[in-house]
Design a protein around this ligand. Structure first.
Ligand code: 5GP
Length: 194
């Protein structure tokens, strides 16, 4: 995923040693061509994994997930961070500590949208400490469904999320892996040029 690395280098802003801003193409503005490529890439990695649904978290996970769902020809469900008035069905709920907002919130999904027959690909925009992914895994497991893997657009490999998820036995596919954000620069992991 050379083009993703290029996009991050050319359009990302290093806020500090721990946080990368990508508001022009992923977290606020969205680059449709990039999302299409991301969708193709996740789909090619999971095409033989019998994925029935993609589960993501609103809002920044939705664009890459939608393109992946189109390419995999499967359904897409996003967990909500705030319950809407129309969410009158019974809910699956999990607690997630937000890395960027430094607060803990419930995430929820209607019980009707996930079931025990599902094999689910979880997708999110960033992986930092792994809390969002763990919350989504919890929702999948509460539904009695199976996690096929976790697809991440940008992994900050210097933070503990990947290790936490790998220790629990989950497959992780990150399209860009950042080894450091020090001195205001983005460095990618050399071992795995994507
Ligand atoms: P985690 O739950 O793995 O600690 O953090 C992942 C979540 O926090 C993602 O869903 C993403 O919204 C947000 N996040 C974590 N690190 C960053 C970052 O460096 N930049 C941006 N834009 N979001 C981040």
């Amino acid at each position: 995923m050379d083009f993703l690395q290029k996009k991050i280098i050319n359009h990302g802003t290093v806020i500090n040693d721990h946080v990368l801003k990508v508001d022009t193409f992923l977290n606020h503005g969205i680059d449709p061509e990039l999302m299409k490529e991301i969708g193709k890439e996740f789909a090619s990695r999971y095409q033989h994994e019998k994925v029935t649904k993609i589960l993501t978290l609103e809002s920044s996970g939705i664009a890459p997930s939608l393109m992946t769902a189109l390419a995999l020809d499967c359904e897409l469900v996003f967990a909500r961070k705030r319950k809407s008035l129309t969410m009158v069905d019974s809910l699956l709920t999990s607690s997630v500590h937000s890395y960027t907002k430094n607060q803990t919130n419930d995430i929820s999904v209607s019980k009707d949208l996930l079931n025990s027959q599902d094999r689910i690909l979880i997708i999110d925009d960033f992986l930092a400490n792994g809390q969002a992914a763990m919350g989504l895994i919890d929702l999948v497991q509460q539904a009695g469904a199976e996690v096929a893997g976790i697809g991440i657009v940008i992994e900050k490999s210097f933070q503990p999320g990947r290790k936490l998820l790998e220790e629990k036995g989950f497959r992780i596919d990150s399209l860009a892996r950042i080894s450091s954000l020090s001195n205001g620069k983005v460095h990618f992991l050399q071992e795995e040029p994507i």
